[in-house]
Write a protein that binds this ligand. Structure first.
Ligand SMILES: NC(=O)C1=CN([C@@H]2O[C@H](COP(=O)(O)OP(=O)(O)OC[C@H]3O[C@@H](n4cnc5c(N)ncnc54)[C@H](O)[C@@H]3O)[C@@H](O)[C@H]2O)C=CC1
Length: 371
């Protein structure tokens, strides 16, 4: 059996347009064949279904770039330790996955395509299992952390500081999954908003989104002294030490990882010029501006530029972030970091590329928020 990315992609193209149905079919197969696995998943499966497809789509489209894929799969494998996943569970998942693609790509299905899927899944699961096993014994599958600070910055946004009971090593710009006592087995991702600290604390910028179980629980129902669980750090938007000046474009709580990156650069002793565009819908939503102004006054090479999009009376820089960004000089020589709502990130990245910033100097990450 050999890897055949073309056959996998061609058959997956028939599944993608019916992603919702396919995910439901997949979990139906999985739980009917292995009912003991149901308890590992949250009671409500909607977000889980989207995640499955998000990950699967990413894997399928990355099959031609083995280096990036292996890195992604290794992170995924390490992250899955927190669910209690062990090697034998992968077989059940593989069977359900192949059955699902066979069902939805029935019109073109043949032995060759089946072999391509079995080979691709075998390769992917092997990398995930090996990465997970390599960490067993040295790194915990998840960390217990105590909430040591909870600042309500707006009605919906809180800045929360936690201290894990064991050291949690991470790189500035990475994110972790968080589980609260209120919603067992429901994990949501949040970026760590600080560079690694001696006291081992981590900060999160959390907006309670409508229908967001974990975010609402963190913003509205969590108090100092409460405990949360954290998954291992993941993400590839980390600072590049190229010596170039930097542009950071932050939409709302997408500020979190960019603040960690800036904190890291400031502490490194390097002196690049950093422009931080921090966008919010209204002035009152510029929830971290005081902290940022403090950072700016301690590091003269940092310029914080608050931008407000939806408040005509705002007495400062107004407009949509991707457009405001273009009012300045060219960013073609900068290292650029972008984070926020996905539509904002996509448009910002497109405009940067169109204006001549090479893709390799544009750094972004795809963090899945709630709901
Ligand atoms: N909390 C965290 O740790 C992290 C959050 N994120 C993501 O960041 C986002 C933050 O959301 P909110 O704070 O609710 O932001 P928001 O909806 O309040 O918007 C923040 C800024 O982005 C701009 N914006 C929003 N949609 C836009 C669009 N379609 N085109 C151009 N500009 C647009 C707004 O004008 C505003 O300046 C979420 O999608 C979240 O998943 C990403 C990484 C980490």
């Amino acid at each position: 059996m050999s890897l055949n990315p073309r056959l996998v992609k061609e058959s997956f193209a028939l599944v993608e347009p019916v992603a919702g149905k396919a995910a439901a079919y997949f979990y139906g197969r999985l739980f009917s064949e292995s009912p003991q696995l149901r308890g590992m998943f949250p009671p409500a499966m909607e977000v889980q279904r989207d995640r499955l497809f998000g990950a699967l789509t990413r894997i399928v489209w990355m099959l031609d770039s083995p280096g990036g894929l292996a890195h992604y799969l290794a992170q995924l494998g390490r992250d899955h330790r927190k669910y209690g996943v062990v090697a034998e569970h992968y077989k059940a998942v593989g069977n359900a996955l192949v059955a699902t693609v066979r069902h939805f790509a029935a019109e073109i299905w043949n032995e060759e395509i089946e072999a391509a899927w079995v080979a691709a899944y075998g390769m992917a699961s092997e990398i995930m299992i090996e990465a997970a096993e390599a960490e067993a014994g040295t790194t915990p599958p998840w960390w217990l952390a105590e909430v040591v600070d909870h600042e309500q910055r707006t009605r919906d946004i809180a800045v929360i500081t936690v201290r894990p009971s064991q050291r949690l090593p991470f790189l500035p710009g990475q994110y972790v999954t968080v589980q609260t006592a209120r919603w067992p087995r429901v994990w949501r991702t949040f970026s760590i908003a600080n560079a690694p600290r001696k006291d081992n604390t981590l900060r999160f910028h959390v907006r309670a989104v409508p229908g967001g179980w974990v975010s609402s629980s963190l913003v509205r129902h969590t108090r100092i002294g409460d405990q949360v669980l954290l998954g291992p750090p993941v993400g590839t938007m980390t600072p590049v030490d190229s010596g170039r000046d930097m542009l950071c474009v932050a939409g709302g709580t997408g500020l979190a990882p960019l603040k960690a990156i800036i904190e890291h650069v400031v502490a490194s002793g390097r002196r690049p010029h950093i422009h931080l565009l921090f966008g919010a819908r209204s002035a009152s939503e510029l929830y971290d501006i005081q902290d940022l102004v403090r950072m700016e006054s301690g590091f003269p090479w940092l310029r914080v530029l608050p931008v407000v999009s939806d408040e005509p009376a705002y007495d400062g820089m107004r407009g949509r972030l991707p457009e405001v960004m273009e009012r300045f000089h060219s960013w073609a020589e900068h290292e650029v970091y972008v984070c926020g709502p996905s539509t904002m990130v996509n448009e910002t990245v497109q405009r940067l590329q169109a204006s001549g910033v090479p893709p390799a100097r544009i750094h972004r990450d795809t963090v899945q928020g709630e709901p």
